[in-house]
Design a protein around this ligand. Structure first.
Ligand code: HH2
Length: 270
């Protein structure tokens, strides 16, 4: 899943894709590099980010979604707001990425009404501004699993067609808690839903490696993401698609000798 942040203030690429033409060009590049899904968002959720009005979020993402649906790659909309999700679906998005974990009944209703899959991400509260004040878990993996089980069950009972779960790396997590979630990702995989991991360029990688510029954290990101795939993650949310494609092709060729060859020469199984 390639990341498209149509924001002025995202932690690693804020301001780079705020103009519609720049965002569309970026999507085309991510697709050319091998993204299977493109995730378009209009609100930075880094700790302390300024809240964005619904109108601004719509103004940022709708023109981009409208222009990229023709590229043939599925578009997911990265939003906490039901109205934004619905408007994006109306212009062609086919998936919701909800960092607030489908807490909002209205968001579940949008997914049910339009029969779109949803990424249900864990964060300890529904407010990026204060999430880092809520890192007091009994057992971070157990607490995250309990939240994801409850939210997935509620969503499926309401009629959401498909759930992807996500531990929310860095969202109300200390560095050690983010590492523990990746180390024990198999416990989240055992919940029975596809698992998405998004560690791309995040702060805990900088903290571990003393690399301040997020754009320089690709090697650390690949290390985390390959560890996650090795434990059963199905989707990776990434800024650097080409590097991930290369790493996954080589990793996959080691795990299964036909992997890279099959990817290059055959259509995927239905
Ligand atoms: N992380 C970010 C945003 N959306 N969605 C999911 N499902 N999982 C994540 O880990 C995740 C996410 C934060 O990263 P980014 O979009 O690069 O930064 P910002 O929030 O500053 O725009």
């Amino acid at each position: 899943m390639g990341i498209v942040n149509v924001t002025p203030d995202s932690f690693s690429d804020g301001g780079r894709f705020l103009a519609v033409d720049d965002a569309v060009e970026h999507v085309a590049r991510l697709v050319a590099e091998g993204a299977d899904i493109v995730d378009v968002g209009g609100e930075s959720t880094r700790p302390g980010a300024e809240p964005v009005s619904i109108d601004d979020e719509l103004r940022r993402i709708l023109p981009v979604v409208e222009r990229v649906v023709g590229l043939g790659v599925p578009i997911s909309v990265d939003t906490r707001h039901a109205a934004v999700a619905e408007a994006a679906i109306d212009v062609g998005a086919v998936m919701i990425n909800d960092i607030s974990g489908l807490r909002d009944r209205a968001m579940r209703a949008v997914a049910v009404c339009h029969q779109v899959p949803v990424v249900v991400m864990h964060m300890p509260n529904d407010d990026p501004a204060t999430m880092q004040l809520h890192t007091d878990y009994d057992d971070v993996v157990g607490d995250v699993c309990a939240f994801l089980v409850d939210q997935a069950a509620r969503a499926l009972a309401d009629g959401v067609p498909q759930i992807v779960v996500d531990p929310g790396i860095g969202f109300g997590k200390t560095t050690e808690q983010s590492l523990e979630l990746v180390r024990r990702l198999d416990e989240i995989v055992e919940l029975g839903h596809p698992v998405l991991v998004g560690a791309s360029r995040k702060g805990f990688i900088g903290q571990l490696t003393a690399v301040d510029d997020p754009a320089d954290r690709l090697a650390g990101t690949l290390a985390v993401h390959l560890a996650a795939v090795g434990r059963g993650a199905s989707l990776l949310r990434v800024h650097d698609v080409a590097a991930h494609r290369q790493a996954l092709d080589v990793w996959g060729s080691i795990e299964s000798p036909l992997f890279a060859h099959e990817r290059a020469t055959t259509e995927p199984e239905p």
